[in-house]
Design a protein around this ligand. Sequence first.
Ligand code: SF4
Length: 282
Amino acid sequence: MSNDKIKTLIADTENIIKNFDRFYAGKLYIDKDIPEIAKVSTQSVENEAPKPRVIKKKPESVVVKDKSAVAEIDIFGNENIKREEWEFAETLDELNAKINTCTKCGLSKLRTNFVFGVGDPKADVVVIGEAPGADEDAQGEPFVGRAGQLLNKILEATGFKREEVFILNILKCRPPGNRNPAPDEAELCRPYLDKQLKLINPKLLLLLGKVASETLLKTKEPLNKLRGKVHDYKGWKLMITFHPAALLRNPNWKRPTWEDMQQFKALYEEMTGKKLESEKNT
Ligand code: SF4
């Protein structure tokens, strides 16, 4: 067979394999050395057919458990993906049990309690703050103390009961002196939040305050530009309002918070078809 015919044959075969792979949505593994095979083949002597390319089935993973992590080993014995054990949690309780001894960042040494979050594990709404404060660290529950009581009032005034939503923070451990979360702390801790959201699968997120907004949305836009709009976080719709602790410092922000919550309520009702019975303005 001539080299030209071999090249044409290789090109045709490549197209067939690519279409196969597309059709099976990546479930087939195709040798990546196609150019190398082509080069060798065209150098081959006349009448020598190119070696048939091997199509391998995607390796089935074998889960090997150790103390803290899970390694996936392919059928050739290669360790190619590492996933931590908590990533396989199927309930919030299971997740909590697997992460509440986390030591990924230095805040683990300072915490009194790990603050996982609280509320309905199948809530339509997840309320997200930035990090636990002193009261939260002491009690192991987010949004307790004065800011927490104010949050409860805001939720009730909008038509939600605290126990009907799920309340959590981006960081699960308290930063000393209530400082803002450091970027590396937030990045290390955020996968836990993402997993919580996957397990709860809420309809809507309510983000509290500038720091949480900057951290989650990776933006430097001022809070006033972010409020009143619907944002997206990994496929979840999200609205933003002031943090209750900021409202305690600046009561003038209560009115705009009320307006934010009315918008949030309208969006919630539109998305869920449910009607909220809200109380009068706090
Ligand atoms: S803040 Fe998050 S990442 Fe850091 S130790 Fe606590 S749980 Fe782990």
